[in-house]
Write a protein that binds this ligand. Structure first.
Ligand code: B12
Length: 290
């Protein structure tokens, strides 16, 4: 979706959710949907505000392409059926089905954090066991990661606002860590919590993050540690935390290897074990920054 399309006309949103434009205008007048005006005085709705409304009012999206969704959301799977359905779609390389399942669940009101900690993590964990029985499982795993990255990025566009003010969060995974999905999830969850979030992705030199936090005026730095931590990482994180505390900014550590590298006596370091907890923490920080 282009930047222009990130602003929807009232007609476009009305068509996307299958209601009349007059209903939509009534909801705007009632304050249920936020509407902005362009410099030329035209009424426009930011995609993120439209998505917020669709989720809270449990509206059905009948023409997803009008919202820039390339895949048709599929019918709402029961919460218990989603993990299996997503596993099958990822296993079979059915990108459109996997995307539709997750985006539908999100538009129906489930939070990103719930989807990430639940169905997506479970599906990837099951797929991660396939290679034990058949080496071709490695290819299935790589393809599933690629599909998940596409889905998470799409979710991110649905919550990202064009605002240039507001708190900033940035992060990645440390040098030697190849895992892409956890840091991308953290980025999307913090964007949903109201941050302008910058993901530096895997293999990021930790010693550059304090400078990046200064440059971008960040309030939160996250680090996803998915492999056994490299020697000296704990000390480097201690130095990073010491530099961040002066801003002040928090350092949030998560992932399989995080527990071993929590620097002692750093009050601004948080060890967070799930995307749900990151979301709660992020919402607290974002509220305090307002
Ligand atoms: C995809 C994958 C890979 C891909 C990654 C591709 C990529 N570019 O991202 C590649 C091929 C690189 C890979 C390599 C390896 N992998 Co691998 N991999 C996986 C797999 C299938 C999925 C990982 C993933 O992204 N999961 C999704 C994330 C989101 O789930 P998660 O990590 O559990 O994170 C959740 C929480 O921990 C938390 N969280 C995580 N990080 C953070 C960060 C923050 C800030 C917060 C708040 C929360 C948080 O929230 C997440 C959502 O709930 C897992 C299976 C599994 N059970 O996880 C194996 C797995 C992790 N891999 C494993 C292994 C053994 C390897 C290899 C050693 C294989 C090999 N022999 O070469 C190498 C090691 C790589 C290295 N350099 O060290 C084992 C690890 C065993 C262990 N206990 O250490 C696993 C568990 C598979 C298995 N069952 O054996 N792998």
């Amino acid at each position: 979706m282009s930047a222009m399309q990130n602003l929807l006309t009232p007609r476009r949103l009305a068509d996307a959710i299958g209601v009349s434009e007059s209903s939509l205008r009534r909801w705007v007048d009632d304050g249920k949907i936020q509407m902005a005006r362009t410099a030329g005085g035209h009424r426009r709705i930011a995609l993120a505000d439209a998505v917020r409304f669709i989720r809270s009012a449990r509206m059905q999206v009948v023409r997803p392409e009008l919202l820039g969704l390339t895949q048709t959301p599929v019918g709402r799977e029961g919460a218990h059926a989603l993990p299996d359905a997503l596993y099958r779609a990822l296993h079979n390389g059915e990108d459109a089905v996997a995307r539709g399942l997750v985006i539908s669940a999100f538009l129906s009101g489930e939070s990103m954090a719930e989807l990430f900690d639940g169905p997506m993590r479970t599906a990837l964990a099951r797929i991660g066991d396939l290679w034990r029985h058949d080496p071709r499982g490695i290819l299935i795993e790589h393809r599933a990661v690629d599909i998940c990255i596409g889905i998470i990025n799409q979710l991110r566009t649905l919550v990202t606002t064009a605002e240039t003010s507001g708190p900033v969060a940035l992060g990645g995974s440390p040098a030697g860590d190849p895992y892409m999905v956890p840091s991308l999830m953290a980025c999307a969850v913090l964007a949903e919590a109201g941050f302008r979030a910058i993901n530096f992705g895997p293999d990021t030199p930790v010693e550059l993050l304090a400078g990046a936090a200064e440059e971008h005026n960040a309030s939160v730095v996250w680090l996803a540690i998915g492999v056994e931590p490299a020697a000296g990482l704990k000390d480097r994180l201690g130095d990073l935390a010491a530099r961040l505390v002066r801003r002040p900014a928090s350092l949030v550590l998560g992932g399989r290897g995080a527990r071993e590298v929590i620097p002692p006596e750093r009050p601004n370091v948080q060890h967070v074990q799930s995307m749900r907890d990151l979301s709660l923490f992020g919402r607290g920080v974002a509220a305090a920054c307002r």
